[in-house]
Design a protein. Structure first.
Ligand SMILES: Cc1cc2nc3c(=O)[nH]c(=O)nc-3n(C[C@H](O)[C@H](O)[C@H](O)COP(=O)(O)OP(=O)(O)OC[C@H]3O[C@@H](n4cnc5c(N)ncnc54)[C@H](O)[C@@H]3O)c2cc1C
Length: 353
């Protein structure tokens, strides 16, 4: 079944050809009324053929000289000329507004400022912060899997931290969202919690060595803790909604309490729409009664069961609090996965954000 953009393309194709046909017939009619042969117009600028004097002048100057002022005015007022002028104007405006290359919003070596548009508290210590981009059709320009750096001056010192937006260029225009957990003793996360609508943050990017594409690998295993879900969510969202992506994704997502599970509805929605490609296993330190997921810390057996085998065409991505990441590195090592480097590279089988 053709989709909406395909119908749109077909309609614009038919419309453009009908309009061109209409314009051509109107121009021919007008020229015929002025006794001008279309073929002579087509030959304008070419050397004159002495064997065919009936074909008239080929000189542009002669043609313009022979065209009276009344003829020129009449030509400009024809429906064909007005329709062509209108078509050209609409095309130019469309290209300028919608397809014109805007300056990238982000710059990897220059700080840019963005105002807070909206703050939605989603748990006592976590909120989604929405920042406006300069124009409503702008996108952040962040490759899938990469992050931004945020800086602020706190207590006379410039502090920088990394954050992965939950928005994606292909889906979200005019803004970007950051999901941030505030730590009482934290610097930047606390700075976010004190922002008011209209306050600006300083951002640099894109940053990071991981860029997701649908041909990267056949199987992705993900192990996330707390806000470490944000880079995973970006990748899962992009993969599930991409019909040409066949990657299978298994996520182990660990939290302290059930209410700490971030983006749960969104993750469940993606799972239900993935045709079995994306599956989640939750682990809680303090599970409620009747909990069906994992209990306590993520175990080696759970990693072995839910992560793709290291012999497969696979990658393991990890993001979470350092103590959890150290424990996961140990599990993976015992399961014979290669150890992640101190700073991971895209080619690595085990990538630590
Ligand atoms: C690639 C990448 C992407 C990230 N994306 C996100 C994101 O989307 N959302 C998000 O909220 N964070 C994200 N982080 C984490 C973020 O960069 C900060 O580390 C976090 O917000 C804490 O920074 P801070 O300045 O508030 O605290 P810091 O100044 O770094 O720490 C001060 C104190 O805060 C407390 N604290 C800080 N971090 C933790 C922690 N993990 N667990 C327990 N206590 C802690 C401790 O008491 C610590 O001593 C990401 C990190 C990376 C590397």
């Amino acid at each position: 079944m053709p989709n909406t953009p395909q119908y749109f393309f077909l309609a614009s194709f038919v419309l453009t050809f009908s309009l061109l046909f209409f314009i051509q017939s109107q121009v021919s009619k007008f020229l015929a009324s002025k006794d001008i042969k279309l073929v002579n117009l087509l030959l304008l600028g070419l050397p004159k053929d002495p064997q065919h004097p009936e074909m008239g002048s080929h000189s542009i100057q002669d043609f313009v000289k022979n065209l009276s002022q009344e003829d020129a005015i009449a030509l400009v007022q024809t429906p064909a000329f007005l329709a062509s002028a209108g078509l050209v104007a609409v095309t130019v405006i469309y290209l300028a507004l919608f397809t014109g290359k805007r300056k990238p919003v982000l710059n990897p070596s220059e700080w840019r400022e963005f105002p807070l548009a909206l703050k939605s508290q989603i748990s006592p210590n976590t909120a989604v912060y929405r920042f406006s981009l300069p124009n409503k059709n702008d996108t952040l320009g962040l490759p899938i899997g990469q992050h931004i750096q945020v800086s602020a001056e706190i207590g006379g010192k410039v502090i920088m931290r990394s954050y992965t937006p939950t928005t994606l260029d292909g889906f979200d225009k005019g803004h970007f969202d950051l999901l941030i957990k505030t730590y009482e003793q934290g610097n930047i996360s606390r700075h976010f919690s004190l922002l008011k609508v209209g306050d600006r943050i300083r951002v640099k990017g894109p940053k990071g060595a991981f860029v997701y594409t649908n041909k990267l690998t056949g199987h992705l295993g993900m192990i996330a803790g707390g806000t470490g879900i944000t880079p995973m969510y970006q990748i899962i969202r992009s993969s599930v909604w991409d019909a040409s992506d066949a990657t299978t994704i298994n996520l182990i997502y660990a939290n302290v309490n059930e209410e700490d599970i971030l983006l749960r509805d969104e993750l469940e929605h993606l799972h239900h729409n993935s045709a079995g490609r994306f599956n989640i296993f939750y682990v809680l330190n303090n599970p409620p009664a009747g909990w069906k997921g994992g209990v306590g810390f993520v175990t080696k057996e759970q990693v072995a069961h839910y992560m793709p085998s290291q012999e497969k065409d696979c990658k393991i991505l990890m993001c979470g609090p350092p103590p959890m990441m150290n424990a996961m590195k140990k599990h993976l090592e015992e399961l014979k996965y290669p150890a992640p480097r101190t700073v991971s590279k895209l080619a690595d089988q085990v990538f630590l954000f």
